[in-house]
Design a protein around this ligand. Sequence first.
Ligand code: COA
Length: 331
Amino acid sequence: MESQKKRKIKITGTGFYAPDKILTNFDLEKMVDTTDEWIFTRTGIRERRIASEDQATSDLAVEAGKRALKNAGLKVKDIDLIIVATSTPDTIFPSTACWVQKGLRADHIPAFDISVGCTGFLYGLILAEGMILSGINKRILLIGGEILTKVTNWKDRNTCVLFGDAAGAVVLEESDDDSGILSYYWRADGNLGNLLSQPGGGSRIPASVQSIAQDLHYLQMKGNEVFKHAVKCMGEAALEALKSAGLKREDVDYLIPHQANIRIIEATGRRLKIPREKVYSNIHKYGNTSVATIPICLDELHKADKLKKGDVLVLDAFGAGFTWAAVVYRW
Ligand code: COA
């Protein structure tokens, strides 16, 4: 399952899109019994972006995809597969990836979704590596897009302060040099499914007047338990992926963890003994945008010229499922 191969795939373009509307902690003070101080000290979040009523996940994803293609110096016709990671699809079917394909006018390349919770972007990277190195595809557009605020219960202060909307994208192709994915580690544990879920609206509890009255179409979470598993799983994933790449923690230039909570991010850094200045975080601006957090971090670092050729990055995430994964990447 884990790999360290000579042939690699690499990121040749990055981009992200976040809606314009900002919801601050002070705005939330007017909506539920909370304070800016509580939210910031417990989560590190100051504000998050909120999609407009007429925006669906594919609208954010199309924009992020266009930006990644532009950054790669490519046109839509240059890609041959679209993968979208999301837990908040436009529609249960068709897949969001098909709506993205329509939005990009990428006729008629294959397109599909993966549903892995917040780990979706990393699962997507691993999947893309398999598709490209096996010769099935040459150039893949991988997008993580999410509008969690549309499945958020705005009366539940335990969850509504945490999430935001955005999409992040990368273009992937076979590497012609030393850069690219060095190794990965991915896991899932369905026994922990109830820690974080949207119980209603699927085939287990189809949408009904009753399911809506019981708020089952909203995201539900056991925050404390998610927290504990997150730190343990992200630590395990990063260490195993580094081992598989034949690298040590001292070799890491940037740890880019899923942006769920600053305390989870910092605890993971401490567990891995990676100095704080090497642990990237932008959660104060966007909150938890699920599958979009890691590609947004990558795009920010890339556009700010903070990534030097040869830098070793550890991308590390956990999410609903439970799923967790890490990817070691040489820039
Ligand atoms: N404002 C004020 N008080 C709040 C609050 C809010 N927004 N949300 C919860 N509280 C209260 C709780 O009701 C509780 O009060 P009580 O002791 O009177 O019952 C108290 O704060 C402490 O709650 P607790 O759940 O122990 O807080 P915490 O320190 O664990 O922080 C989370 C809560 C949700 C921030 C934290 O558990 C977390 O981030 N978990 C992981 C969530 C996550 O990452 N999810 C996404 C996975 S991809």
